[in-house]
Design a protein around this ligand. Structure first.
Ligand code: GRF
Length: 223
């Protein structure tokens, strides 16, 4: 018999991936203790490691191969059809390497999160570790934000910081940031599923109150 308290009426989430799925694995590992259940994993690329991780956890998987669609709009329409067909409550982007159409982002406005490997608004887009090194930043990290139409620009909910040392490389930063990502993504997904975290007028609300700035993982009372 499990010693964990049973959480009734979990929210259904779909996790969208394109590759490795290490954040997906972190979400899987936290699932039992959370207010969410991963009902579906969708990959934009076939045969990726993340799909195997989902299958091993007995989660339904689907590949919607982006290369088989002639336009972003067609690809996104298929995604919506599948996600809504499963009555999903929240969409969690976890290394999903596709630029989404405005229509898609608005369809899930306030119900879709992304994780990004930088301290947004610094370094939207790719090569964030390289950019942090080139800029000589002493701090770097990861951000979780609600997804809005502009890439990596939705309101930030929580950030976790790491220190950049003089001997850090792109690879070492990637590893350090990933460790933080795996702590914070399940946590914030749980906040969303539990109803404590909401979105209104392009802003983040915590227990119904606007937050003035993103939470810092290092400054959370319980971290
Ligand atoms: C992570 O760095 C995440 O921030 C970014 O894509 C990467 C996904 O890694 N959006 P994984 O597939 O979860 O291992």
């Amino acid at each position: 018999m499990s010693s964990l308290p049973k959480i009734k009426q979990k929210k259904k989430i779909a996790v969208l991936i394109s590759g490795n799925g290490s954040n997906l694995q972190a979400l899987i590992n936290f699932q039992l203790k959370s207010h969410y259940e991963i009902s579906l994993v969708i990959s934009s690329h076939p045969n990726v490691l993340g799909l195997k991780k989902a299958t091993q956890a007995n989660i339904k998987t689907l590949t919607i191969n982006h290369a088989l669609y002639s336009s972003r709009a067609d690809f996104d329409s298929q995604l919506i059809k599948v996600i809504d067909g499963e009555s999903i409550d929240f969409v969690i982007l976890a290394g999903f390497m596709r630029i989404l159409t405005t229509g898609f982002t608005l369809h899930y406005l306030g119900r879709m999160l992304n994780i990004h490997p930088s301290l947004l608004p610094k370094y939207p887009g790719l090569n964030t570790h390289k950019k942090a090194l080139e800029a000589g930043n002493k701090e770097h990290g990861a951000s979780i934000h609600f997804v809005t139409p502009e890439l990596d620009s939705g309101p930030v909910i929580l950030q976790s910081k790491i220190t950049v040392n003089s001997d850090d490389t792109e690879e070492s930063l990637k590893i350090k940031v990933a460790i933080e990502e795996h702590k914070i993504y399940p946590l914030v997904t749980d906040w969303l599923a539990s109803g404590r975290l909401t979105f209104s007028n392009n802003q983040v609300l915590w227990r119904g109150e606007l937050i003035a700035k993103p939470f810092s993982f290092q400054e959370l009372p319980w971290s």
